[in-house]
Ligand binder design. Structure first.
Ligand SMILES: [Zn+2]
Length: 187
């Protein structure tokens, strides 16, 4: 079996702040002016990624695969999952794509590794650095911090925020917790 190409991991900083900034950069370049909620499928298409809904293995929430020697990235999401979960899965896979593109500024190809995103509602239990980062990126993409802060400042509840950003209440709560806004939004 051919070994997957090993790419140096040192030049891309997998920090939370980097996830925030990369998500903001992507929103600015591919979503600016479209308002909320963010549509990660639209953003994926802007990046040349096709997104398909299909029957996946039960414990799988999303897959990022590359076809044609890496030139054609495709995201697969489960057809039977709630829309909020599918949206998060696409955002998560876009996180992997950003890591790949930053490490390979020449663009898509040679074929990178497939990512399989297993159902795991708590990003803090994910251990692989890329997985943690993709979850942080996904949250930052769907719930941009400046908008979350502004809406919490207006007194919106966590439920109202989850509905506004079209994410699960669980994802919203994690986001508020990570931004240090949890008590404010649930008070
Ligand atoms: Zn992943």
């Amino acid at each position: 079996m051919k070994e997957a190409t090993v790419v140096a991991t040192t030049e891309f900083d997998l920090s939370r702040e980097k996830a925030e900034r990369e998500a903001e950069r992507l929103i600015e370049s591919e979503w600016e002016g479209h308002g909320l909620p963010i549509n990660p499928v639209y953003i994926a298409k802007q990046l040349g990624v096709e997104v398909y809904q299909m029957a996946l293995q039960q414990d799988v929430d999303g897959i990022l695969k590359f076809y044609e020697g890496g030139k054609t990235p495709v995201i697969l999401v489960p057809q039977d999952a709630p829309d909020t979960r599918r949206r998060f899965s696409v955002a998560h896979e876009l996180g992997h794509l950003i890591i790949y593109l930053r490490r390979n500024p020449g663009g898509y190809g040679p074929a990178p590794e497939t990512d399989v995103f297993y159902r795991n509602p708590d990003s803090r239990t994910a251990t692989k650095p890329e997985e943690v980062w993709a979850n942080q990126f996904g949250a930052a993409l769907l719930m941009p911090r400046q908008y979350v802060r502004a809406l919490v400042g207006e007194g919106k509840s966590d439920l109202a925020l989850a509905s506004y950003f079209e994410v699960s209440l669980e994802a919203m709560s994690h986001r508020l917790d990570n931004l240090g806004l949890l008590t404010q939004a649930t008070a």
